[in-house]
Design a protein around this ligand. Structure first.
Ligand SMILES: C[S@@+](CC[C@H](N)C(=O)[O-])C[C@H]1O[C@@H](n2cnc3c(N)ncnc32)[C@H](O)[C@@H]1O
Length: 249
């Protein structure tokens, strides 16, 4: 029942309940001996407990515990406000897609890219795209392994896209476009790679089915398409990013 409420709402609610609980206890004298540090730590524990009761995902619980303590510590450090603005801008430049797409920024490891490269043609010409390519590390690895390919990446987070374009400026067969992969025509590619999150997979699969050519490959790192079995599942040796799910369209 409580799971029907959005996660952000449950997170805010557990913080508000914890602040209220701490305040009421302080006011009633229950924490009369408490220092500010103790009250803040108490609030954090309470927020974590409410988060748990409101069935927040487990990784939210330490965030709940540290949220108010972090605010109080940074307030006590008296940092110049421009630092917060700079932090916010930096976060936005890197993690912009988290908010809109619920896709975080993390990278495929090299071992997994090498496993992807084994799925690519060695001598025939082909076109590959990484949907949400980060700063293009994977494109660089693949382009080094498969000289006959043309490698494209699309990235909507400004800073990684900019760094990627700079990084690949001398690679003739690699290009990164800053923008949204939802407007990319997947029919132009022989291999489409995505390492995103569970959230966009159903919509992405519908797009892939509609646009991709028969015989082309759709590869998802880790995230499944609900209800659609992959044709092949590969677990890269030493890969930290999980498994590669491969569909031949
Ligand atoms: C998990 S990272 C994967 C990065 C890279 N593909 C890799 O495997 O190393 C997902 C990336 O997708 C990007 N992204 C999410 N939604 C996007 C969209 N609609 N258009 C372009 N990029 C997007 C995010 O900014 C993030 O950099």
């Amino acid at each position: 029942m409580v799971e029907a409420l959005p996660v952000w709402f449950r997170a805010v609610l557990s913080q508000l309940l914890a602040i209220l609980g701490t305040f009421l206890l302080l006011k009633s004298g229950g924490l009369f001996w408490a220092s500010l540090g103790f009250a803040v730590a108490f609030e954090g524990l309470l927020a974590m407990a409410f988060g748990w009761m409101l069935r927040l995902p487990y990784w939210w619980l330490p965030i709940q515990a540290l949220f108010v303590p972090a605010i109080v510590i940074s307030w006590r450090l008296n940092l110049p406000p421009v630092l917060y603005l700079a932090g916010f801008v930096l976060m936005w430049l890197v993690f912009r897609s988290n908010l809109r797409e619920r896709v975080p920024f993390y990278l495929t490891d090299r071992e997994t890219w090498l496993a992807v490269s084994e799925l690519l043609p060695r001598n025939a010409a082909f076109k590959f795209i990484d949907l949400g390519c980060g700063w293009g590390g994977g494109l660089a690895v693949l382009a080094g392994q498969c000289k006959s390919g043309e490698f494209r990446g699309v990235e909507s987070a400004p800073l990684p896209a900019l760094l990627g374009r700079f990084r690949l400026r001398n690679e003739k067969n690699c290009r990164i476009r800053f923008g949204d992969f939802w407007i990319e025509d997947l029919g132009r590619f022989d291999v489409v790679y995505a390492f995103l999150s569970p959230a966009p997979m159903p919509r992405l699969w519908r797009k892939a089915r509609k646009e991709m050519k028969p015989g082309s490959l759709f590869i998802s790192n880790t995230f499944e398409v609900p209800g659609v079995e992959p044709d092949q599942t590969l677990i890269p040796r030493d890969g930290r990013s999980g498994k590669l799910l491969v569909w031949r369209m």
